[in-house]
Design a protein around this ligand. Structure first.
Ligand code: UD1
Length: 423
């Protein structure tokens, strides 16, 4: 993939999306499973890995650490960490992505010692990692943060009962990673229930771990002595699927979205139906067909199975031209309304007051030059461009390339007029 910041997406509005789209493997699961694989010295083959920038970055991080990693065209990643004898990730690499923090749990689990630069990632709020640290400490690790580096060390890790003060996907997964090779049993209470928490637990079990209860709010991990290599396939990307569902509805289109787990999309399906969109679920696909004018609805982002914060931005775009007033409440990340200023430049009528956005539906948006503020805002801006009158120029698209595989190709196959140009 070429360097994104030199590139722009040009979107012509006014086309109804029609046809079929295939959903890729889940980014958020992939960026946890890739580092989790170092818990075993055996070879892991991970299938359905999306070709996106965050995956390439993680591949670089792993190679820098001394792990053999190969990713083929079909999305199978071979990871061999048999030569790894310590886990030490520098600032240059770790700062580029948030999920680098999973190396802390995985490295601590395998080597009982780890050093990882403080994680970077999307600028959508303060994003503390106190719950991760609390978990590592409960397992017996000493944690120090000095000069931007997190250092964790333990004589031995011993299972413990850990209650999370906030429902955190990252902390739940990271504590699972640190606990699978600990002595005794770890219990995580108030655990996150997101689909990728379950996916990581399934992967760990495939390597020989004993993790039970993932997908509920109590996860039990019985420590084992050793893990082995395995072959595993990543689940479909719930957020990418939701993005195409919302895009289909916003453009008044009719799209069949393939390779999805409809259950993971229930909160989006429910809201689209409430707006007057027809949504038909099949075994592993979902059809979204927009009918007449769409009604406004209220949205509140919540941990799974609630409405995902990662779809708040695309959903707000959809609501921006619905009939009436919608109230969008962001209860996960306080900084996740930064993109609204860009949408206003396209004619959206949105007022933000802290964690609440009041969206007054307008007749139409108009194309403008806009700049992507974070990954999920990027996807939202493509949808805004698709429903706007005229041309939208989207800059700073490296954020989009971080998480959406073949984005313009997939939209073009649905009839969208979208192209990538070099500035
Ligand atoms: C993950 C997802 C991200 C998604 C988010 C919420 C990945 C790589 N990213 O991010 O796409 O938007 O879940 O579904 O999977 N918190 C604390 N202390 C902590 C950890 C979190 O206070 O130690 C707070 C956060 O500030 C936030 C909330 O808990 O308000 C949820 O964050 P969390 O679930 O941890 O998000 P991430 O794992 O970073």
């Amino acid at each position: 993939m070429s360097v994104g910041y030199m590139e722009k997406l040009i979107v012509e509005g006014g086309v109804k999306l029609e046809g079929q789209v295939n959903i890729s493997g889940f980014k958020n699961a992939a960026v946890a499973i890739i580092p989790a694989s170092i818990l075993s010295a055996g070879k892991c083959y991970i299938e359905n890995i999306p070709h996106i920038r965050d995956v390439y970055l993680f591949k670089d991080i792993m190679q820098e650490l001394g792990v053999d990693v190969e990713l083929d065209e079909n999305g199978t990643m071979m990871i061999d960490s048999s030569k790894l004898d310590k886990c030490c990730a520098t600032y240059d690499l770790a700062n580029k992505m948030r999920a680098s923090y999973y190396l802390i749990g995985a490295g601590l689990g395998r080597f009982k010692e780890v050093e990882v630069a403080y994680p970077g990632g999307c600028n959508i709020g303060t994003r503390p990692i106190d719950q991760h640290i609390k978990g590592f400490e409960a397992l017996g690790a000493k944690v120090e943060i000095e000069h931007g580096v997190i250092r964790c060390r333990a004589e031995k890790l011993v299972g413990a009962k850990i209650y999370l003060d906030v429902v955190s996907v990252g902390a739940t997964i990271n504590i699972m990673l640190a606990a699978v090779l600990a002595e005794g049993t770890t219990i995580i209470e108030n655990a996150a229930k997101e689909p990728h928490v379950v996916d990581v637990a399934n992967f760990l079990n495939m390597m020989g771990a004993d993790v039970r209860g993932a997908g509920t709010d109590i996860i039990k991990i019985k420590g084992v002595d050793k893990l082995h290599g395995c072959t595993y396939s990543v689940i479909p990307d719930q957020i990418e699927a939701g993005t195409y569902m919302i895009a289909a509805a916003a453009t008044g289109g009719d799209v069949l979205i393939n390779n999805v787990i409809p259950k993971h999309l229930e909160s989006i399906t429910a809201k689209l139906k409430e707006m007057g969109v027809e949504v038909i679920e099949y075994g592993d696909s979902i059809r979204v067909k927009a009918l007449d004018n769409l009604k406004s609805v209220d949205i509140k982002t919540l941990p799974y199975p609630g409405f995902p914060t990662d779809l708040q931005q695309p959903m707000t775009v959809l609501l921006s031209t619905a009939d009436g007033t919608s109230v969008v409440t962001e209860s996960i990340f306080e900084g996740r309304f930064k993109y609204v200023d860009e949408l206003k430049r396209m004619g959206a009528n949105i007022k933000v007051e802290g964690r609440v956005a009041v969206v007054e539906g307008v007749k139409r948006l108009s194309g403008a030059r806009i700049s992507v503020t974070d990954l999920r805002a990027g996807a939202a801006f493509i949808i805004a461009g698709l429903i706007a009158e005229g041309t939208t120029e989207i800059e700073n698209i490296y954020h989009i390339d971080r998480g959406y595989e073949k984005v313009e190709e997939k939209f073009r196959k649905l009839g969208a007029k979208i192209k990538r140009i070099r500035d």
